[in-house]
Design a protein around this ligand. Structure first.
Ligand SMILES: Cc1ncc(COP(=O)(O)O)c(C=O)c1O
Length: 472
């Protein structure tokens, strides 16, 4: 288990924080502490029934352990439990949120923008689509069929019509299929995913932006998973897509995915700060301080220096200030710059993914079938098992998944179109009818790179065992 790497890290900082409140009269806490030890031991026993997400042999779903400094800063902030809805609930933590969000916007080269943290990527996307709907209430939202499933649901909640665009053989939005929809003249917003959930595929943002010139729609980039990859070099065409992310109208990125944060930390950014006018509400409980934000853009002067309550620019009310504190601390330690330690960590996971993909392709037994076209664009690897029928292939994947888990190697399963594994021309899109269960590995941890021999050994031993059972 990842114990605190610096002994006394949290207790020293807690002492420092407590000193600043030492002038207050002492008081007895109303909490009955007598049963706490027993209850916490019960918690530890219950929590043992979890996958070991912190370990490099956990290589399944999108789960990345928070950085130790994020865990410590979160715990420290919990002694106060700030609420970042408004400065009345979290004075210091609101400032830290504003600074941390500036750091995130800096990844995309944005300095003047509107943005804040959210409880999740889903809520961040909801805000982006809500703003899109305020600007074009009668127009449709479209996204690739590989876009996160919540976009359709969010659109339904917002009473906006949503349509799926076919994906190509690498899981990227098909541009010809998108243009067919655009020609209908009623598309208000295109959701472009940079890093899909299943494959880590990168939609061709550069080509979508070229279409925006012709068809005039809003571009929302869902980079909940992939956003931080803007900091490292990728292969083409993903590199081209990330290079123009600053031209999006809105961007979602999840610090609780690749940003080393505890859950409860998404982020939404808008290129045009004047969309703040849509957030005007009439709560009598919190104190509005911005004189500019809710004015029409024609009446707004610069927002710089205009103190904003985060609740004035977000749909959620209460939100964990501790999330902002943890993020701020992490970004102090690991600045979000190309070539820095944070970026190196991302590059190591990606290099592990390329290594696993190469081993699968070069395996001489022919039992593995990676995607027909191309290596992983980010750090997610998928493959199907070679078998006579899709049903048998799916069954093998399921059994290997279980056999790997018995060897402490935790992978994931995903349903993908069968056609993606057949030889094809790269630009074609697919009407995905038949699917097959595939194995999937999200290699998010820097440690995965040095653990690849061990991962490979356990995977191949599990395959051999399952194949033996089939033959006998
Ligand atoms: C591309 C993408 N968008 C949105 C989401 C939803 O984010 P959250 O789980 O933080 O709500 C995910 C989650 O996996 C995702 O991969």
């Amino acid at each position: 288990m990842p114990h605190d790497p610096v002994p006394g890290l949290l207790s020293r900082a807690t002492e420092l924080l407590e000193k600043q409140f030492a002038a207050l009269p002492a008081f007895e806490s109303a909490a009955d502490t007598s049963a706490m030890v027993r209850v916490l031991e019960d918690v530890a026993r219950r929590m043992g029934d979890s996958y070991p997400f912190f370990h490099p042999l956990y290589a399944g779903q999108m789960l990345k352990p928070p950085h130790p400094v994020a865990r410590a800063a979160y715990a420290l902030a919990m002694t106060l439990n700030p609420n970042n809805h408004a400065r009345d609930g979290g004075r210091a933590s609101s400032e830290m949120e504003i600074e941390a969000v500036q750091g995130i916007a800096g990844i995309f080269g944005w300095t003047e923008f509107l943005g804040h943290l959210t409880s999740s990527g889903t809520l961040a996307n909801l805000e982006a689509l809500w703003v899109a709907g305020q600007l074009a209430p009668d127009k449709r939202i479209v996204g690739s069929e590989q876009a996160h499933y919540t976009h359709r649901r969010i659109s339904a909640v917002l009473k906006l019509e949503y349509a799926s665009i076919a994906a190509d053989y690498r899981g990227r939005m098909s541009v010809p299929a998108l243009e067919t929809e655009l020609r209908k003249g009623d598309v208000g917003t295109v959701v472009v995913t940079l890093g899909t959930t299943a494959l880590g595929a990168v939609d061709p943002l550069d080509e979508v932006l070229a279409l925006r010139e012709k068809y005039n729609f809003r571009v929302h980039v869902d980079a909940a998973y992939g956003g931080y990859f803007r900091l490292i070099s990728l292969a083409e065409p993903a590199q081209r897509a990330f290079a123009v992310i600053d031209q999006a109208d809105s961007i979602v990125i999840d610090p609780h995915k690749h940003g080393l944060q505890p859950y409860g930390c998404g982020c939404v950014l808008f290129r045009d700060p004047s969309v703040g006018r849509f957030y005007k509400h009439d709560s009598p409980y919190t104190y509005f301080t911005s004189k500019q934000l809710h004015l029409h853009p024609s009446e707004q002067k610069s927002l710089a220096g205009d103190p904003v309550h985060l609740g004035e620019i977000s749909l959620e009310c209460s939100r964990a200030g501790a999330s902002a504190v943890a993020l701020w601390a992490t970004q102090q330690l690991l600045p979000l710059v190309p070539g820095g330690e944070f970026a190196r960590g991302l590059a190591l996971g990606r290099s592990a993914a390329l290594d696993l993909d190469r081993r699968l392709r070069e395996d001489r037994t022919g039992r593995f079938q990676p995607l027909a076209v191309g290596a992983p664009e980010l750090d997610i690897v998928v493959w199907k098992m070679n078998a006579k029928t899709p049903e048998l292939s799916s069954e093998l994947a399921q059994r290997i998944f279980t056999a790997c888990a018995a060897r402490d190697l935790h992978l994931a399963l995903v349903q993908l179109p069968l056609a993606w594994f057949e030889p094809v021309s790269e630009s074609e899109s697919v009407i995905a009818v038949e699917t097959v269960t595939c194995l999937r590995s999200v290699l998010m941890k820097p440690e995965h790179e040095v653990w690849m021999d061990s991962i490979w050994e356990r995977l191949t031993a599990s395959c051999a065992e399952v194949m033996r059972e089939y033959r006998s």
